[in-house]
Design a protein around this ligand. Structure first.
Ligand code: FES
Ligand code: FE
Length: 419
């Protein structure tokens, strides 16, 4: 693809332990990110459970572009672009529904839910036109892992499995929280818009340094033990999983406590139905392991954050505007756990929730802060001297270290430097 954007010297923008403030506010750089990251790498779009029945559809996005995720009459999932090949109108204005076809409101062209053009009014004017070239645009590649649907606008490139790499293990660990081995994204999404660059949000998701300060009030009010997970004494581990994927692995702390459902801030006595279904499904020993370890805290680059009890889908709209789509995780066959997951999600990231409002304030203040040009760089060196490799060869640090942030930026730079 040709670009009018001048070649950059990346050493002036991203170094191993620092990043230049302009990468959050440069409009041209944002356009280049769309080309080289959002329209090239694998991006999370939606979940198969959002289109459970034949001919269901839901509107999602890849960056600023809307994407219609459909399930056709045979059960196959498609990712279609919401642009009429006639004169560019948006063909789908509903958020979700069930339909075999979409009719463009402008001149009435009709498309099947696989994207192909079914017909146009007054066909007599189109003699000799090849209909097969006039379907809806499609996301070039689609990949599904554990029910999570990803799209890549690039025809060629790494497979989804290659892109996910070690992050696949986190999705595997997530689905076994269900006694039936399946996640369901059925609780409905809240959308939070922040006047901030998307990369502040990606960085913050696995920043284990801020919770004790930014979230001090909720930890205090709720008498929550979460703050201790991110203290200087925590045995939790910050990990750079490669490929821009990062996590805070809280399992060492939960294993130290050793209580099933401790990760969820409760006890097995409060969820008897769920606990017995889990033991039936996996056997007592394995079920206890799963219920002690809990769910992952992982940022799958560039836009899917699994935050133990919720997912956040990050959507950049402009260099200084980002939407986070948030929903409670739901686990198939676990109605009692699911009810609590929805309640906790409302309390933490709902309209009057405590957690997300605190983070959003930080995103917007940081966006304003980096307008000041001195100092020019953000320093990301926390934990550099105590970084180490785990048994799988991944770089890890203490829970509050910036090994995760450095991993994100090194992958970002490799994507942005690739022509
Ligand atoms: Fe869609 Fe004309 S723009 S039918
Ligand atoms: Fe936070």
């Amino acid at each position: 693809m040709t670009t009018l954007i001048p070649t950059r010297n990346w050493d002036d923008l991203v170094q191993h332990d620092r990043v230049h403030g302009s990468v959050y506010s440069d409009e041209e750089l944002f356009q280049l990110e769309l080309e080289r990251i959002w329209y090239r790498t694998w991006v999370y779009v939606g979940h198969v459970s959002e289109v459970p029945k034949l001919n269901d559809f839901v509107v999602k996005s890849i960056g600023p572009q809307p994407v219609i995720m459909t399930r056709d009459g045979e059960g196959q999932i498609h990712l279609l672009l919401n642009r009429c090949p006639h004169r560019g109108n948006q063909v789908c204005l509903e958020h979700a529904g069930n339909r075999k076809s979409f009719t463009c409101p402008y001149h009435g062209w009709t498309f099947s839910n696989t994207g192909s053009l079914r017909g146009y009014p007054f066909a007599a004017g189109y003699e000799g036109t090849d209909r097969s070239t006039l379907g809806l645009g499609k996301v070039a590649r689609i990949g599904i892992y554990q029910g999570f649907v990803f799209g890549s606008m690039a025809v060629e490139g790494p497979t989804l499995e290659e892109h996910l790499g070690a992050a696949r293990g986190a999705l595997d660990a997530l689905v076994v929280t269900s006694p039936e081995g399946e996640v369901e994204i059925t609780a409905g999404f809240l959308q939070h818009k922040a006047k901030s660059n998307w990369k502040f949000i990606v960085e913050n998701e696995t920043d284990g340094y801020h919770p004790q300060f930014v979230h001090a009030s909720i930890f205090d009010v709720a008498s929550s033990g979460i703050g201790d997970l991110y203290s200087a004494d925590s045995t939790a581990v910050a990990r750079d999983m490669g490929g821009g994927h990062t996590e805070i692995d809280l399992r060492p702390e939960f294993r130290r406590i050793g209580q099933p459902m401790g990760w969820f801030g409760t006890t097995e006595a409060r969820l008897p139905e769920y606990v017995s279904k889990m033991r039936e499904a996996y056997g007592t020993e394995r079920a206890n392991e799963i219920m002690i370890d809990g769910t992952p805290h992982i940022m799958i680059f560039p836009n899917l954050f699994i935050a133990e009890i919720q997912i956040f889908v990050i959507q950049p709209l402009a260099v200084d505007e980002t939407v986070q789509h948030v929903t409670a995780l739901q686990f198939k066959g676990a109605p009692d756990l699911n009810r609590r997951l929805r309640q906790q999600t409302m309390g933490s990231v709902g309209p009057a929730g405590f957690l997300l409002a605190d983070d959003s304030e930080m995103y917007e203040r940081t966006q304003r802060g980096v307008r000041s040009r001195n100092p020019e760089w953000n320093y990301l060196g926390r934990g550099l001297a105590r970084e180490r490799r785990d048994a799988d060869g991944f770089l890890i640090g203490d829970a509050t270290d910036e090994v995760t942030t450095r991993g994100i930026w090194s992958h970002y730079r490799s994507l942005m430097e690739a022509q």
